[in-house]
Design a protein around this ligand. Structure first.
Ligand code: NAP
Length: 265
């Protein structure tokens, strides 16, 4: 099949979630092969039905993303069929301290780092050789505005998202000469079960469809960073550039301290 005839392959993990599902629907159309990953087959099948109706070819998977062997086997099999053109490493989870002075349980922290940080890096390791051989590909890593400055309500999550942001930024320069683009996405609050469960205020919350539209547009332009919404992005960006003492003071005043923690400490 010639390059112009072959379908564009878009792989999305976390497709059973709010942002991943909205991205799948946004990409669904004739000439697109969607590879959708999630843990819930019934949800994936319902999403596949919608995407089929929009004209897309759909392949589903429920493999355990944090099982590095299973991940490698799955991605090798995919690449043997068709090397993905766009890979959106979107699956993610959050944990929260249960109160001031209480660390998140270590088992939860490890599981979070495995999924939010190690899994996208492992996916890059397995996919890049095939993309390099072809000379094209777009890797999309979902970070968060929480990567600009760690929040007391989500220290481990902030660390995982800062880690994947730094990784993607570094990777972009490394892979550009071989025709592979890397985009880091930093969403603010987007309506989803994960967002719902997050403590603290949620200013400028967006519906997932709006987030997916902005992410898709940024990916097609091979943007290095897609961060939104503007007011929250601008505000949290300042937290990264101001002296740390002022940022810590602001974070408390803005209400991102834990319930029971005095905002005046
Ligand atoms: N929503 C926000 O406000 C926000 C802001 C910044 C960044 N983000 C990031 O955006 C991404 C998508 O989040 P979302 O808001 O769409 O959340 P969501 O609706 O809760 O979806 C999370 C997705 O990750 C999957 N997932 C969770 N734990 C998993 C595991 N152990 N193994 C494999 N898959 C797992 C879920 O699968 P199941 O459906 O099977 O549980 C689901 O598909 C995440 O990386 C998140 O950190 C979200």
């Amino acid at each position: 099949m010639s390059q112009s005839q072959r379908s564009r392959c878009v792989l999305i993990t976390g497709a059973t979630g709010a942002i991943g599902g909205a991205l799948a629907r946004a990409y669904a159309g004739p000439g697109t092969h969607l590879v959708l990953h999630g843990r819930q087959m019934a949800k994936l099948e319902a999403l596949a039905e919608t995407c089929h109706l929009r004209g897309a070819q759909v392949t589903l998977s429920t493999i355990n993303l944090t099982d590095s062997h299973a991940l490698q086997v799955w991605l090798n099999e995919l690449c043997a069929q068709q090397v993905p053109d766009i890979v959106i490493a979107n699956a993610g989870k959050n944990t929260h301290p249960q109160g001031p002075d209480i660390l998140e349980p270590w088992a939860d922290v490890q599981a979070l780092l495995d999924l939010n940080l190690k899994t996208p890096i492992a996916m890059v390791q397995h996919l890049v050789p095939a993309m390099q051989a072809r000379g094209s590909g777009q890797l999309v890593l979902i970070s968060s505005l929480a990567a600009w400055h760690g929040l007391p309500t989500t220290p481990s999550y902030s660390a995982s998202k800062a880690g994947i942001k730094a990784y993607g930024e570094g990777l972009r320069g490394l892979l550009a000469p071989r025709g592979i683009g890397v985009t880091v996405v930093m969403p603010g609050y987007v309506t989803s079960p994960m967002c719902e469960a997050m403590p603290g205020p949620k200013p400028f919350e967006w519906p997932p469809e709006r987030a997916a539209k902005v992410i898709k547009r940024g990916i097609s332009a091979n943007r290095a960073r897609i961060s939104f919404p503007f007011p929250l992005n601008f505000g949290t960006w300042w937290l990264a550039v101001l002296p740390a003492g002022i940022s810590q003071w602001l974070i408390k005043r803005l209400g991102f301290n834990l319930p029971g923690d005095s905002p005046r400490d």
